[in-house]
Design a protein around this ligand. Structure first.
Ligand SMILES: [Ca+2]
Length: 119
């Protein structure tokens, strides 16, 4: 890595808030550098697993991460290059967002309907 000292842990969530969906798509493509294995310049299963939390994917299981790699791997080398990653992010992100909204909504409905003492 060519000496970038940006604090990505702090940077990414703030960025997501500020940019909204379309801006986030563009930045997700830039997320390639966060997720790649610096030694290979590719996103591998190991580098994806290590860094998935940066993209809000911390809850994904190993088989889901593998499926994601397989899905994005256009040239079949078992890893994602920058172009493959960008295409995959743009394709997957609406689904991921939809899914997290659905889960949040479900959790909320459950909390309300079980008349949790928290409410
Ligand atoms: Ca590939």
């Amino acid at each position: 890595m060519a000496g970038s000292t940006l604090e990505f842990d702090d940077f990414l969530p703030t960025m997501a808030e500020k940019l909204g969906d379309e801006g986030l798509m563009a930045e997700l493509c830039n997320g390639f550098r966060l997720l790649m294995d610096p030694a290979r310049g590719l996103i591998t299963f190991e580098s994806l697993k290590r860094n998935a939390a940066l993209l809000g994917l911390a809850g994904m299981r190993d088989d889901e991460l593998r499926a994601m790699l397989r899905e994005g791997d256009i040239d079949g080398d078992g890893a994602l290059n920058e172009m493959e990653f960008c295409v995959l992010m743009v394709r997957l992100s609406p689904e991921l967002m939809e899914e997290s909204w659905r889960l949040m909504d479900e959790a909320f409905q459950q909390a309300v309907s079980s008349s949790s003492p928290l409410f």
